[in-house]
Design a protein around this ligand. Structure first.
Ligand code: ACO
Length: 429
């Protein structure tokens, strides 16, 4: 893998560091012996120039706007695959055969129920709790119930824990929603597809039949595919870091959910829809564009910009198509927020500030409109993201555990605080 070397001249000494080549994408300089060699660390706040691991799962070319899972473009997976097929691909590295797919679907389906005692946990939360707060608590609590899949040194237990989380996340998410709105929990239905079962658990009530609209189920499934994995983003890095200490997978995924909650990450879809509502009408857009450009104003256009994509987020294009399909199916002809979104996108894509900074719509820009049309309140948006991203987190966690070079993640720092000083008693301060 080593190709050539990078030379570093420091304090009159010359050192060489090997350059490692990936199959595609930027090469990396292996500086793992830098501290031993020089007594110095590298400084890279936000890890903008740091590859934290070697991975074979997902590749993003941010300049081209390309996203590949195990080599397959996201557009092809979203058009031809279903979510559980993508889960299999992420976990096992290859697309499943028909028999493998049937077996995988069966295994996931048979794990969708939650330990009955766990359903009582929900009543400990306030009804107005944010469902992400509930998700953090419930997913962390899985490790208190499924002791037979927390031994991370056993490959079988690792796979059982992975399947359990993919299977139970929709059940927990739907229960969080039902608790929030004061309706009884709806149990999973094994004859339904993964996405249809989730919609059923969210929107059915015990007193009448509920038929899941297949167009909406397909849209939900595609939304899950679009969020399934995204390389070493903040929440995935959190899961890897938590897992590097040997913590059990349920605890690691709970850590990922906590990280995803922030508005700069998964919380952006909720923030984007709130922003579209606040703008309200097309004539107010210039005011908000001016605010986004004003360095003294902390306002940012939510759903715009990305650490990696310096081009149109490929997921945003598919999401825009899905938005139109869902609104069409539901007969929603006039959606003022969609009008604002389309016009905002048009203006931003032609505005010098956004062009120069390469700020394009990201997946969150359209997902909020679609999820709201499907019937979800804004507080559930990030929960749906967490549900779908669980497979990516688990695939990345498994890859890390199975990596023979894996060690605990332990970054260092540039210390700029006080140097050693003597304690002063409180009377003398
Ligand atoms: N609106 C206005 N200006 C922006 C925006 C935005 N949405 N995003 C970035 N900028 C500007 C910054 O002010 C900065 O300008 P400067 O160079 O003059 O200081 C420049 O573009 C670069 O921005 P950074 O914050 O340095 O870029 P970074 O890679 O750290 O941030 C992030 C990426 C967090 C996604 C950012 O673009 C943002 O806050 N976007 C809005 C929130 C959002 O949509 N998040 C979803 C991300 S995708 C996901 O998690 C699924």
């Amino acid at each position: 893998m080593a190709n050539s070397t990078a030379k570093l001249e420091l304090g009159g000494e010359n050192r060489e560091y090997e350059i490692l080549e990936g199959t595609v994408g930027p090469d990396v300089i292996n500086i793992s012996s830098l501290y031993k060699d020089t007594g110095m660390f590298t400084y890279d706040p936000g890890f903008t120039s740091t590859a934290s691991c070697e991975s074979k799962i997902t590749y993003i070319d941010g300049d081209e706007g390309t996203l590949l899972h195990r080599g397959y473009p996201i557009e092809q997976l979203a058009d031809h695959g279903d979510f559980l097929e993508v889960c299999y691909l992420l976990l096992y590295g290859e697309l499943p055969t028909k028999a493998q797919k049937e077996d995988f679907d069966y295994r996931v389906t048979r794990h969708t129920m939650l330990h009955e005692q766990m359903s009582r946990f929900f009543t400990g939360f306030r009804r107005d709790a944010h469902p992400m707060a509930v998700m953090c608590g419930m997913v962390g609590a899985l490790s208190a119930f499924y002791h037979d899949s927390t031994d991370i040194s056993d490959p079988h237990q690792r796979m059982v824990a992975s399947i359990r989380m993919i299977a139970k996340m929709p059940t927990i998410a739907a229960m969080a929603y039902k608790y929030h709105i004061g309706q009884p929990f709806i149990y999973p239905r094994n004859e339904l597809s993964y996405a249809a079962n989730f919609l059923h658990m969210c929107f059915a009530v015990p007193c009448e039949e509920y038929h899941v609209n297949p167009v909406l189920a397909r849209a939900m499934d595609r939304i899950f595919i679009l969020h399934a994995d995204h390389e070493q983003n903040a929440s995935t890095s959190t899961v890897r870091l938590a897992g590097s200490s040997g913590a059990n997978p349920f605890a690691c995924i709970a850590a990922g959910i906590a990280c995803l909650w922030g508005p700069a990450h998964g919380g952006a879809n909720e923030a984007a829809l709130n922003m579209l509502a606040e703008i309200g009408t097309v004539d107010r857009i210039p005011e908000y564009i001016d605010r986004a450009k004003d360095r003294d104003d902390p306002f940012r256009l939510m759903g715009f910009g990305h650490r990696v994509y310096k081009n149109y987020d490929p997921r945003a294009k598919i999401m825009q198509k899905t938005t139109h399909e869902v609104l069409g199916e539901l007969g929603i002809k006039d959606d003022p927020q969609l009008d604002v979104a389309l016009e905002l996108e048009r203006i931003a894509l032609t505005d010098e500030y956004f062009i120069e900074k390469k700020l394009y719509p990201n997946i969150d820009f359209y997902s909020g409109i679609t999820l709201r049309a499907l019937g979800f309140p804004t507080t559930m948006f990030t929960v749906l993201f967490a549900l779908a991203r669980t497979v990516g987190w688990i695939a990345q966690w498994k890859e890390m555990i199975e990596d023979p070079n894996q060690k605990i993640g332990r970054p260092r720092q540039l210390y700029t605080g006080a140097t050693q000083r003597d304690y002063v008693s409180i009377a003398n301060r």
